[in-house]
Design a protein around this ligand. Structure first.
Ligand code: ATP
Ligand code: MG
Length: 249
């Protein structure tokens, strides 16, 4: 078993709440309402993981499965510029973009297939200078939510999601990589989906995702991140800011 790596969020309180940063060999679930910052955190981690270890990174590359077409290269560039300012360096956004491998998933089956392709690509990069140290699935649940509607299909949906998550956990273990998944929740109950104010896949995700982070909006650019039901860390909250330069204290 390899030593667990820690990936900086770029935010002091947030890192401390996680015991140093986002862990490799674990799944970290970001859940929250639309606009709560799940995709922003995912983008920032895709940048940070490329930093050298002394800057809190893992010197790695990233595979992102994008199911909602929300990956934005321009946003990555802004965040890289933000880090250049913060670290007094001259990072090149193009270099960072080169190490983010994005695949669009058109439906839930395609999403599952892409996690197999991700494994192949990670294998190819394994013994290079840029091994894959981060897998992102944003959103984990959107296709499943859209495709499996109605009571009779829920068990099937859970089973598929469960298998998908086990595949992702395996990728994390195999490549000593962090795994980030996002899961939207709604603020108001909706008759179709049981209780959508809870993350879908609720129970099963609860057991598989080792770190569950609940994001919610606060004043202005502030977001509150709550660590929920961690097996080895105290529950806690931290405040971050989502700014043009990226995540900040
Ligand atoms: P969804 O469930 O709809 O996918 P989400 O949780 O992924 O939502 P994000 O897309 O991460 O939400 O957050 C969007 C918010 O991030 C915007 O409303 C804005 O506050 C902030 N944001 C996005 N881009 C920038 C930027 N370039 N500069 C500053 N803030 C930004
Ligand atoms: Mg999003």
């Amino acid at each position: 078993r390899k030593l667990v790596g820690k990936l900086t969020t770029g935010c002091t309180e947030f890192n401390e709440m996680l015991g140093g940063g986002v862990e490799t060999q674990s799944i970290t679930e970001l859940y929250g309402e639309f606009g709560s910052g799940k995709t922003q955190v995912a983008h920032q981690l895709a940048v940070n993981v490329q930093l050298p270890k002394e800057k809190g990174g893992l010197n790695g590359s990233v595979i992102m499965i994008d199911t909602e077409n929300t990956f934005r290269p321009e946003r990555i560039a802004q965040m890289v510029d933000g880090l250049s300012q913060k670290h007094g360096e001259d990072y090149d956004p193009e270099e960072f973009l080169k190490h983010i491998h994005v695949a669009r998933a058109y439906n839930s089956n395609h999403q599952i297939l892409l996690s197999d392709s991700a494994s192949e690509l990670a294998n190819e990069l394994k013994n290079t200078e840029r091994p894959v140290r981060l897998f992102i699935v944003d959103s984990l649940t959107a296709h499943f939510r859209a495709e499996y509607v109605g009571r009779g299909t829920l068990a099937d949906r859970q089973q598929k999601l469960n298998k998908h998550l086990h595949d992702l956990q395996r990728l994390g273990d195999l490549f000593n990589a962090a795994v980030i998944v996002t899961n939207q929740v709604m603020s108001k109950p909706d008759a179709f989906f049981g209780d959508p104010t809870k993350p879908i896949g609720g129970h099963i995700l609860g057991h598989t995702a080792t770190f569950r982070l609940y994001l919610r909006k606060s004043k202005g650019d502030k977001r509150i991140v709550r660590l929920v039901d961690s097996p080895n860390l105290p529950d806690g909250e931290s405040i971050i800011a989502v700014t043009t330069e990226g995540l900040q204290d």
